[in-house]
Design a protein around this ligand. Sequence first.
Ligand SMILES: [Zn+2]
Length: 243
Amino acid sequence: MPVLDPEQLTGRTREHVRELQGLHCTLQPDAARAFLALRAAAALDGLQLAAASSFRDFGRQLAIWNGKFLGQRELLDRDGSAMDRALMTETDIVRAILYWSALPGASRHHWGTEIDVFDGGALASGQQAQLVPAEYAAGGVFAKLDRWLSQHAEEFGFFRPYDRDRGGVQPEPWHLSYAPISGAALAALTLEVLGHALTGVDLAGAAVVWPQLGEIHARYVRAVAAPSALALSAPLNPATRPS
Ligand SMILES: [Zn+2]
């Protein structure tokens, strides 16, 4: 199984990922093969599995973080409503960013094993996926996809690390992770590796972040669902799996 090095774990290189032509999707080759197999199986059940987001590099995550801290991007509450930053301390702002966005270097999307998915076929023309929990809940536009993923994603090696509120990242039913690689990546992304990636970086809110880095690592990196044995043992190339 490929083991990611510290540069790859923190998104400071893209040498571990490839773009899937026409799918708006950039992943590690093994994860990409598994995603294509998952997508083909979903299509047989009438779902058009599409990627809203896949690999994201450190620079992109840093731009998102700094934009939110500096007020160039909206801050959203746990329920998705806009927050009034005039009433917030820098510590409050950091906490609010972390509801929905990872610290640069700490995003699972750096690994090339993570995909945010939606059902392109369920959207009316001109309608966009919002990636909010209500879309994936019973009665939501992606409720069928949510049920299908619960039944089938693990057969292809995928699981949902943000399955419920564990005191850190909010539940993200759209976020799939390719367990055969991401399990090892999580273990390898230590506090030391994260701290090294952030050293010397122009990070907005750094004075608040650095003293809390250990807690942020524990709550927002480590506190996720564990993949099942089925997801971990998915064959590297599902296309060759006997059916
Ligand atoms: Zn995601």
